[in-house]
Design a protein around this ligand. Structure first.
Ligand code: GAL
Length: 991
């Protein structure tokens, strides 16, 4: 018995029994009955020896209740096992197609009453929209069939097993099966019936399937209708009421393409949909047609004849409490948020989403790359030996997967490309899938990144190509061979449109360089943009031992093998909060661009096809961040691809403050995703009058000093600052360390000529090796004059001969306290540095420092290679809100290009700091945090950070860039911080 059962579990066949062919997910008026709700449930740690659950009279009284849809590991508070997170690794031995005997198996049962009148139905179907990973079904004790393909739909014919009145359905679900080898996507393993279960009555004379193949050319729409129905179902009526179209086809042979005049095309920007019904006497199907033609012409990817640029994201179905269980309201809000952040495309990584998601994408407007449920990445570990992608035993399973993918979703205008899957190596089965798609749907190209040599796919796709490499793909001039390509294959790839199916790995704090990728897209038309990895973190809400709620990642559930926080790489945190990277993305890809030219601004419309009639333009002038004037700018309607040159408004320039002009393009109408007035694009122009930076007055007559000294608001003991404005302060001390970001911890083997790092070693490791996190100080001298104090320190780390000399000069200049710090590295530092800064520690007294107001870049954090969302202005924040709650605590909160900073306590000013630019005009940044850079990395999650009674202010002369080396390229050289001499100069006053 046991061996029979394991043979079934390890069978590579995608399904058995009365499985029906795949068809569209249709909105039909035929009766259906949702079987969602509570089912009886029993979990066994291994495949049970019998199929006792099947028997009609089986007593499931001792079982539990579980909701369907759900994942059992997210139910019952751990009673049914825990989620497992792996990226590439298989969480079971690589022994295909076998899986361990310890194979958690969930048995489900429920009763249902067949609705009265269903006996008229010609057929009754039982539909499962998603079950992970292999399941078997019985109705009233009869075996119906089995299926695998977790994120794919399966319909069984249960006509001969159901009966009027009460019925019982039983389902056995195995967590592991042969199918697990081809579902090795980077995500949580979440078993169970996690999408809808529906009983469907199919009427005699109904429509089995319908496909509206739409096109839009030369201002005309076209629809070819494919109807799958019995001959007896005819006549069929096609109605498009908005355009007054009603077409009756008497027989299948009469069904003909319709040319439709006066239609507006569908695009992601203007998602124009038309209601259509296709009906017989017995059934009516409601569809929404969008007219568009997808086409590849040379190396261009076009929709309706115009080049598409993907400003996309990879979207997984993930929710902190529901896992991959779909929630329409949440999904709609998520998509609306994408639109608000200028996202125009979605890759459904790495499987078809819940079918309703595509309705939302049609309606809100996205270019969608719809991906099949397929990944075999774990075979990489064994040099791809035995990879199912090239094994004939798996051919039918692969074909079944792509058929189910394409057939289910083929009616959606938003889908402009099919993707065969992700990271499944290469091989004949993938080529066979592609051939099947080409034969079935000539209207959409085939994508698969793993087809590096371009043998069977239509677009050239890569993931995480560096800026340098992306540029080389864009140009014909480069002789550099393309990855894994012979010269001839490379030449072929260069004839195709290129896209980055994944780029800009948004793990933790990062990515940098979004703007560099964007610039390439506008330089090289072959480059069609890409899809950021990824939209959101996959954290699972759970509680720490002390009851604190937090978002768990790999390892938090005691997994045997796992990949830690690699699943937390979204531009959105698990709790839906956009990270600064999403704001950066929005700013970088904004569809309207402003170029200032003398007294004019040139407004360019980079949209695919929409003009700017839905926008209005505003401007405002600020003096040192304070609003002085604002107004609207009259801009003529700019067609897609066009631009308009407009005179700037008159700008009052201040003599004693900075003068900045800000222009915004905002929506003039409210949409399904944003209210009127929503900002879609912004730019700033610096119109400041030149103002000299006061020079440094050199002190002479220095003499050795000790004892106490007071300089204005500063009090010193033995050369050390002890109080500022009566408040206890320690510092300034040299701070070269930052709590490593996930990108700083990245240790990729692939390094570019442009990279700062060393192959296989993370920058963070080099920093720790050099002791940047454990610097010690030796004071060389303390000297004073009547109005100044000077210390010289040598700062270095244990077991290192490298050092930094720090000269600190406090002085009173016209009664104001000035601090100047000269930082000079010794020779011999070989790595990049995370920062060059000075730190002040402000222990909480009666009135703790708990906030900041500043004039500089804001409102959110910014770094040298992620500055585009930041604008110059005046901002304020509580200390807590200055930091981002990245899933794993790390560097956060840096505000660049500081001019003035006021530390506040309960809203009252405590200390006011003016920061001068250095002699090269470079301005410092600041960070205010409850924790030091040394404390932060000791915590794996925010709840592990110690309670803190101190505020730490770091003024940085410079910070290292972010890059995206957690999975991708290192920081670009221009933004990599090399050890170098720097000056920090501040004026400090009491609040
Ligand atoms: C890619 C993969 C994604 C994800 C990403 C890193 O290789 O396709 O699924 O793992 O890397 O986060």
């Amino acid at each position: 018995m046991a061996s029979q059962l394991s043979a079934y579990v390890t069978d590579t066949a995608p399904g058995r029994g009365s499985l029906r062919p795949a068809r569209s997910w249709l909105h039909s008026d035929a009766p259906s009955l949702s079987l969602n709700g509570l089912w009886r449930f029993r979990l066994s740690p291994a495949v049970p020896a019998t199929e006792d659950l099947a028997a009609e009279g089986f007593d499931d009284g001792g079982w539990d209740d579980i909701p369907v849809p759900s994942h059992w590991v997210l139910q019952g508070d751990g009673a049914y096992g825990r989620p497992i997170y792996t990226n590439v690794q298989f969480p079971f031995p690589i022994d295909p197609p076998h899986v361990p005997d310890e194979n958690p198996t969930g048995d489900y049962r429920r009763h249902f009453d067949l609705p009265a009148g269903w006996s008229e139905a010609e057929r009754v179907l039982l539909r499962f929209d998603g079950v992970e990973s292999l399941f078997k079904v019985w109705v009233n004790g009869e075996e119906i069939g089995s299926a695998s393909g977790s994120r794919l739909a399966h319909e069984f014919d249960v006509t001969s097993s159901v009966r009027p009145g009460g019925n019982v359905v039983a389902v056995r679900v195995h967590q592991w099966s042969a199918a697990s080898y081809v579902e090795d996507q980077d995500q949580w393993w979440l078993p169970g019936i996690f999408r809808d279960v529906t009983l469907i009555a199919r009427p005699a004379g109904g429509i089995e399937d319908v496909w509206l193949r739409t096109g839009f050319e030369n201002g005309r729409g076209r629809v070819e209708t494919e109807i799958t129905a019995d001959a007896a179902a005819f006549p069929v009526t096609f109605r498009l009421p908005e355009l007054g179209i009603e077409q009756v086809w008497a027989t299948a042979a009469d069904v003909a393409p319709l040319e439709v005049d006066g239609v507006e095309p569908w695009s992601a920007e203007q998602p124009r949909l038309y209601d259509v019904t296709v009906s017989t006497a017995a059934e009516s199907i409601a569809l929404r047609a969008g007219f568009r033609t997808v086409e590849i012409r040379g190396d261009r990817f076009l929709v309706n004849g115009r080049r598409v640029v993907f400003h996309g994201v990879n979207r997984h179905e993930t929710h902190p409490e529901r896992g991959r269980v779909f929630d329409e309201e949440h999904a709609r809000e998520d998509l609306a948020r994408m639109k608000r952040f200028n996202v125009n495309a979605i890759r459904t990584s790495h499987y078809p989403p819940h079918p309703r998601l595509l309705d939302l994408a049609d309606e809100l407007g996205f270019w969608v790359v719809l991906e099949c449920d397929l990944e075999t990445h774990g075979f990489d570990k064994v040099g791809w030996a035995g990879n199912p992608s090239d094994d004939p035993a798996w051919r039918e399973a692969y074909l079944d997967r792509i058929r189910r993918t394409v057939e289910r979703d083929k009616n959606h205008p938003s889908i402009v490309m099919w993707s065969l899957g992700n990271e499944a190596g290469t091989g004949g089965n993938l080529a066979a899938m592609s051939a099947w798609v080409h034969a079935r749907d000539a209207g959409r190209p085939v994508h698969y990144e793993g087809d590096h040599a371009g043998e069977y796919t239509d677009v050239y796709s890569r993931m995480y190509a560096s800026v340098l490499e992306t540029e080389q793909i864009g140009t014909d001039g480069s002789r550099r061979p393309l990855m894994n390509c012979t010269p001839a294959q490379g030449a072929r790839q260069r004839t195709k449109p290129f896209l980055l199916c994944e780029y800009a790995h948004a793990m933790g704090n990062g990515p940098g360089a979004l703007d560099q990728y964007e610039a390439l897209v506008h330089e090289y038309p072959r480059l069609h943009g890409g899809f950021v990895w990824e939209w959101r973190d996959h954290g699972i809400l759970t509680t720490a031992p002390d009851g604190t709620p937090y978002y768990a990642y790999g390892g938090d559930f005691g997994e045997v093998v796992h990949d830690g926080n690699f699943v937390m790489d979204g531009m959105l945190l698990s709790n839906d909060v956009p990270t600064p990277s999403l704001h950066e993305f929005k700013a970088v890809v904004q569809p309207v661009r402003f170029t200032f030219d003398g007294d004019d601004v040139v407004i360019s419309n980079l949209r695919h096809s929409a003009d700017t009639s839905d926008l209005r333009f505003r401007w405002r002038v600020e003096h040192d961040g304070t609003l002085v004037e604002s107004g609207d700018m009259e801009v003529p309607v700019v067609a897609a691809g066009g631009s308009a040159r407009m005179p700037l408004p008159r700008i009052p320039v201040a003599q004693d403050a900075e003068t900045w002009l800000t222009v915004d393009a905002v929506s003039a109408v409210s949409t399904a995703w944003a209210p009127d007035g929503h900002v879609i694009a912004t730019a700033q122009l610096d119109r400041s009058a030149r103002r000299p930076v006061p020079g440094v007055r050199p002190e002479t007559d220095w003499r050795r000093s000790d004892g106490t000294l007071t300089l204005g608001i500063a009090e010193f003991v033995d050369g050390a600052l002890v109080r500022l404005a009566g408040r206890t302060v320690a510092g300034p001390r040299l701070e070269l360390f930052r709590a490593p970001t996930d990108n700083d911890e990245g240790a990729s083997e692939e390094v570019e000529e442009s990279d700062a790092g060393i192959a296989g070693v993370s920058n963070a490791d080099l920093w720790r090796r050099d002791g940047l996190d454990r610097l010690t100080t030796r004071r060389l001298s303390v000297e004073r004059t009547a109005e100044a104090l000077r210390t010289i320190d040598k700062v270095s780390a244990a077991n290192s001969a490298l050092s930094v000399t720090v000269e600190t000069v406090w002085s009173l200049v016209g009664g104001e306290l000035e601090l100047r710090v000269e930082i000079e590295p010794s020779r011999g530092w070989l790595t990049v540095w995370p920062r060059i800064g000075i730190r002040f520690d402000l222990p909480d007294g009666a009135a703790p420092v708990d906030g900041a107001e500043w004039f500089g870049l804001g409102p959110l954090e910014s770094y040298p290679d992620s500055l585009r969302a930041a604008r110059t202005g005046r901002f304020s924040s509580t200390i807590g809100d200055l930091s981002v709650d990245y899933a794993r605590p790390q560097e956060t909160g840096h505000r660049s290009q500081l001019r003035e900073l006021t530390l506040t306590s309960g809203g009252a000013d405590v200390l006011r700091i003016v920061a001068f630019p250095d002699t090269r005009g470079r301005r410092p940044g600041f960070t205010l945090s409850r924790h030091t850079p040394q404390q932060i990395p000791r915590a794996g999650h925010a709840y592990e950070l110690p309670g803190s009674a101190t505020s730490h202010l770091i003024i940085d002369a410079a910070q290292h860039g972010l890059g995206s080396r957690a999975c991708g390229p290192d920081v670009w050289p221009e933004f990599a911080l090399r050890p170098e001499a720097r000056t920090i100069r501040l004026r400090i006053a009491a609040g």
